[in-house]
Write a protein that binds this ligand. Structure first.
Ligand SMILES: *Cc1c(COP(=O)(O)O)cnc(C)c1O
Length: 223
């Protein structure tokens, strides 16, 4: 494992042009984030609201923060306006709350819809059919201050490479289905966020536009 700067250079070097890198910095101290910042990294991902807010206050202003964890509805107000993207919208209710809080705060929120395909990893996210139904029934219409920018998903946490590839394939398929279904109404629907430290090369082969890499940059997390 090299320095943070070396790790970032290595990960970036393996990404095609146009694929974004979100450095997942959860559980790592601000000094580590600053090493990444000094190496040119500007997009950081966090999964807990309080930790994110502390880091927002401590880091330079041109950092773009992505929220990637399960967002409890009672924390929406604290988060809206502080992040450039909420990648983990996992319910219609949460989407509605983000929109209402964005209106109230006079800001615009950019979000991704989280799709759940992995069998064991997380219980959060929409099933593929559920998400397609949401768009088919026009759930995306009538948002006043929220832009749906795409889809986020995780593959199963397994060594079975075929399974991982198939999971990414399903997430990519939902993404393109939504695009063909209502891409005209959703000009910002362009991002397919998938791929973590152990599986991002396969995610990129499957069409990812944004990878979320933590331990391959910062090392193991100390919980
Ligand atoms: C923690 C986390 C990551 C990064 O995981 P690594 O294995 O450390 O790269 C990516 N996405 C989400 C949603 C996470 O919670």
């Amino acid at each position: 494992m090299g320095s943070v700067a070396e790790n970032i250079a290595r990960v970036r070097g393996g990404l095609p042009a146009g694929v974004g890198l979100t450095a997942v910095s959860k559980f790592h101290p601000v000094e580590k984030l600053m090493e990444a910042y000094e190496a040119g990294q500007r997009v950081f991902g966090e999964s807990r609201v309080q930790e994110l807010l502390t880091k927002v206050a401590a880091m330079p202003e041109d950092v773009e923060w992505h929220f990637i964890g399960h967002l409890q509805t009672n924390k929406v107000r604290q988060l809206v306006g502080k992040v450039s993207m909420i990648e983990s919208v996992d319910s219609v209710r949460l989407l509605g709350l983000i929109d209402a809080e964005s209106v109230r705060a006079g800001v615009e929120s950019r979000v991704l819809m989280q799709v759940h395909v992995a069998r064991e990893e997380t219980k959060f996210g929409f099933d593929c059919d559920e998400l397609l139904d949401f768009f088919r029934s026009g759930g995306h219409r009538g948002l006043a201050a929220t832009r749906i920018c795409g889809v986020m998903g995780m593959a199963s946490n397994t060594d079975d490479a075929e399974r991982v590839s198939a999971d990414f394939g399903r997430i990519a398929e939902v993404f393109s289905s939504v695009r063909s279904l209502c891409g005209d109404e959703l000009p910002d629907f362009r991002e397919l966020s998938m791929g973590m430290s152990h599986d991002y090369p396969e995610a990129v082969r499957r069409g990812s536009t944004m990878v979320r890499v933590g331990s391959a940059i910062f090392g193991d997390r100390e919980y």
